[in-house]
Design a protein around this ligand. Structure first.
Ligand code: PHE
Length: 448
């Protein structure tokens, strides 16, 4: 495939991957999941999951992508294991379902940018959320967000994705860093830091089943793993790049953004509300923060900065979600990329409409991704890399890497044993939780 695009530079690849990883997951859901799952206790489990489970799986996606130079589905066939293409197919389905509701939340962010300019949410934060989160406004904003996503993907890998992320990722850092410094001057900020940063081991021990699966799910989601994104992005990569070094950079930067988001959110919540909201529901982040912004001097400006960051983060992730099916269809059929991105994007936008009409349906899309599709995809990916693919993948990991072959040996065994056990357990708990929510199981059987 000589006409296939490649990243113009290593930094371009890292920024695009960081752009995919840094998203609503880091800034919107991470601080609020942390808040409602015991604060620092959740943080500790989450960090372990990111480094011990997420990082090795990311390298797994990288070797598949770079070795095959194909999109997530065709990669398996090109490596000689056509029957495993179904794993790539699962990844494509997961990106579709995720993008369908992710873009609805992206639309909420657009409405909150408007609200920061007009002051719309200043009076009654709850009412504003009610008005923009479900119904015609939500559908319109969702369509607008999808149009932005489609526009960038249609421009292509280097002109669209690489250029957009080169602008957005540094902007996210500067704006978030500035906000974190500003809110540190608030009275009451210290109580926020204390809740965020002092782990209570008792909390973890008491509620393993409640903390571990969401922390593991969040770790994979935030690193964009299990969706074929990292397979697709690394397929545009050269052989002289060090995958472990690039992977470490991506994981560290992504984690930093989530941590900084906590340094913005916790001081704001404690300074204004005096505590954290106890439910981490979809709307909490928006209502709690908008409520807080409306009481801070200059809050409208902080709000604007915050929601603009959130928009950049969401867009640089949604483009990666659309890139997966676009790369698949365009590689496979030879159709023009622009037409493919528009056609598929329109289809995803339609699939998202129900979630823009009803936040309950949005919750279901979210749960199906987190509790079923994502762990299933990661489990099958790691079984493939560890047990099915031959040595070519471990060899691929060493190309361009200065980490040594000892590293790839440990990595391979880690993928063979530790990851499947950890993800298999998470998947079982996830399925159980879905069955309980659907009313098929009356109560949890394991670790209830
Ligand atoms: N990692 C993104 C986030 O944290 C979401 C995402 C998941 C993007 C999977 C692409 C693929 O918001």
């Amino acid at each position: 495939m000589s006409d296939r695009e490649t990243w113009t530079s290593r930094v371009g690849f890292i920024l695009a991957a960081v752009g995919s990883a840094v998203g609503l997951g880091n800034i919107w859901s991470f601080p609020f999941q942390t808040a409602s799952n015991g604060g620092a206790a959740f943080l500790v489990v989450y960090l372990c999951a990111v480094f011990l489970l997420g990082f090795p799986v990311m390298l797994g996606e990288f070797v598949i992508g770079r070795r095959s130079e194909r999109n997530a589905v065709e990669a398996f066939r090109s490596l000689g294991f056509g029957e495993w293409s179904v794993v790539g197919g699962l990844a494509v389905v997961s990106s579709f379902v995720t993008l369908a509701f992710y873009s609805v939340v992206g639309g909420w962010v657009l409405s909150y940018i408007v609200g920061s300019v007009t002051g719309g949410y200043l009076g009654d934060a709850g009412a504003y959320f009610g008005a923009v989160s479900a119904g015609p406004i939500a559908v319109g904003a969702h369509a607008a967000f999808m149009a932005l996503t489609i526009g960038i993907v249609a421009l292509g890998v280097t002109d669209g994705i690489e250029r957009a992320t080169k602008l957005m990722v540094p902007a996210i850092f500067v704006l978030m860093g500035g906000l974190a410094v500003w809110v540190s001057t608030f009275e009451g900020a210290a109580a926020g830091y204390a809740y965020y940063l002092s782990p209570d081991v008792g909390v973890i021990a008491d509620n393993i089943a409640g903390i571990v699966p969401p922390a593991v799910g969040q770790a994979f989601f935030t690193l964009s793993l299990g969706f074929g994104v990292m397979i697709a992005y690394s397929s545009y990569l050269g052989r002289d790049d060090s995958l472990p070094a690039d992977g470490s950079a991506i994981v560290v930067v992504n984690t930093l953004v989530a941590l900084i988001a906590g340094f913005v959110v916790f001081p704001v919540l404690f300074a204004i509300e005096g505590s954290v909201p106890d439910s981490g529901g979809a709307g909490t982040a928006f209502t709690a923060l908008a409520g807080a912004f409306s009481q801070i001097p200059g809050g409208q400006l902080i709000g604007l900065g915050f929601f603009v960051v959130l928009l950049f983060a969401a867009l640089s992730s949604s483009i990666s979600l659309l890139e997966v099916p676009t790369a698949f269809v365009a590689d496979r059929t030879g159709y023009d990329r622009t037409a493919t991105a528009v056609g598929l994007g329109a289809f995803v936008a339609l699939a998202g409409v129900p979630t823009a009409l009803d936040t309950g349906i949005l919750g279901w899309y979210n749960d199906i991704v987190f509790e079923l599709l994502l762990p299933l995809a990661v489990l099958s990916l790691s079984l493939f890399v560890g047990w099915v693919a031959d040595d070519q993948l471990a060899v691929e990991l060493n190309l361009g890497s200065s980490f040594g072959s000892g590293f790839s040996t440990v990595w391979l065994w880690w993928i063979r044993i530790v990851i499947p056990v950890a993800i298999g357990g998470t998947l079982l708990l996830g399925i159980q939780s879905l069955l309980v929510k659907a009313g098929i199981l009356a109560a949890p059987i394991v670790l209830g």
